[in-house]
Design a binder for this molecule. Sequence first.
Ligand code: KIV
Length: 271
Amino acid sequence: MSTQPTNRRLTLTELNRKKISGEPITMLTAYDATFAQRIDAANIDCILVGDSLGNVVQGQDTTLPVSIDDMVYHTQAVSRGVEHAFLIADMPFMSYRDNVTAANSAQRLMADGGAEMVKLEGGQPVLSQVRFLTDQGVPVCGHLGLTPQHVHRLGGYRVQGREQRAREQIIKDAADLQQAGALMLVLECVPTDLAGEISQQLSIPVIGIGAGPEVDGQVLVLYDMLGLTVGHVPKFSKNFLIDGRDIPAALEAYAQAVRSKTFPAAEHSFA
Ligand code: KIV
């Protein structure tokens, strides 16, 4: 008799297996229970409660005003809708500024919110927090390239890692995050070949958004891929509802496009 529960969430072990076998990992953001149920029903591997909720739910210009209370509220809502997907929650701006603050934030997102992993942005400045959280048993996802919480320092939302020095820094940060204990990495808005090189070098799954097809999986902001976003839609996104009957069909089309590696195409990627 099998000892495996039939209704359970995907695990990091299964995501790692996908990396090894070359089966692309699918991920979308969600902020509420209904969309989480729909994404789950489309058999998408991971749901990210992104602090992009600051932009698409709260109507803020940046993700900076998002608080840990906001993140816990939305993570709880999403968690109620998820049966199968692996659930990741963003640590918002300043919620991981030192080790103890990071641990308190992770506790809230995991114990109160129901997340299985937390994501934080940056390289060298957050290595100590990644190590500390890892030592406490918290699964951590890194986020490099375009890190929206640093938008003012970066001077806008632009492609990162095109110049040699910046490229080398991202490669080093990625290796150091893995060394510090990170178990997944999101790469946002970087050239395809840089993302491919990092995915090859790391043993942990590398998930791209605007990072081309040569990574281990893809994530998009839900409202962008449903064509709901008003105003600027990033070039790396695609409206999957335009050719679909309805939202469930659009979610399935996205999963299928990522798994068959037809998304992202060259027009969604950066050189
Ligand atoms: O907040 C978010 O939605 C994200 C994705 C863009 C990766 O971090």
